[in-house]
Design a protein around this ligand. Sequence first.
Ligand SMILES: Nc1ncnc2c1ncn2[C@@H]1O[C@H](COP(=O)(O)OP(=O)(O)OP(=O)(O)O)[C@@H](O)[C@H]1O
Ligand SMILES: O=c1ccn([C@@H]2O[C@H](COP(=O)(O)O)[C@@H](O)[C@H]2O)c(=O)[nH]1
Length: 229
Amino acid sequence: MAKQRIVIKLSGSLFSFDTQVKALRDYTQLIKKIANEYQPIIVTGGGRIARFYIDLSREMGLDESGLDLTGIMVSHLNAKLLMSGLGDLCHPTTPKNLDEISTAVNSEKIIITGGLYPGQSTNATSALIAERTGAIKFFNATDVDGIYDSDPRTNKNAVLFDSIKVTDCIDMLRKENSIAGTYDLMDLISLKVIQRSRLPCVVFKSSVENIEKIVLRGIRLGTEITISS
Ligand SMILES: Nc1ncnc2c1ncn2[C@@H]1O[C@H](COP(=O)(O)OP(=O)(O)OP(=O)(O)O)[C@@H](O)[C@H]1O
Ligand SMILES: O=c1ccn([C@@H]2O[C@H](COP(=O)(O)O)[C@@H](O)[C@H]2O)c(=O)[nH]1
């Protein structure tokens, strides 16, 4: 019987100018372990390298959708980097749209990809992929412990939610930026997809240990996004 699918958004913070091969290997080992139980679909964020290209290209005069495409390209490079350590266990290409995702998942292999469409973040991509592939859950492994009542990077007194209704999350995050390279945490598209498809989603801090705990051992971490009836 085919394995259940899960989508894991891997924080772009894993992919940086000083990333060590050990960190990547630790993640590929974890992905292999997860693949014994589920069919993982991994979406890699753009991280600092995407922001580096986006910022320079913006100064050079590139328009916003062009900048989004640049960010998407970098997220696919990050995906390729992770794929280098997975060999045949992994679908050989990074799908570029939802149709390619639908075909790729039929291989029953691990799927690794980056962003898909301009005007959104890899979180929205992940939610759309989860919706399209019938994944049972969207695990958003980010660079903070979960969803707070305000940005914890700018408010040291921000309070972490154990769970939050998707509607409250939409109200809280609706004023966020939607220009290339600045989509923080969950963008509106990701939340709307979660809402319309009642997609289970948890946001937590990315680490090999945390992903193992939450995905394979069912330990509760971070912030669950709940859907009210
Ligand atoms: N209410 C909030 N709760 C938690 N984090 C928030 C909130 N509002 C803004 N943020 C910011 O969102 C950031 C996480 O989103 P970001 O997209 O930068 O991370 P990522 O998904 O790990 O990176 P990438 O997009 O490169 O994969 C946090 O570092 C935090 O500063
Ligand atoms: O589906 C997508 C995914 C990404 N982008 C652009 O790339 C950057 C980097 O992605 P992050 O998720 O923020 O790491 C993002 O800011 C967008 O500009 C996109 O357009 N569509």
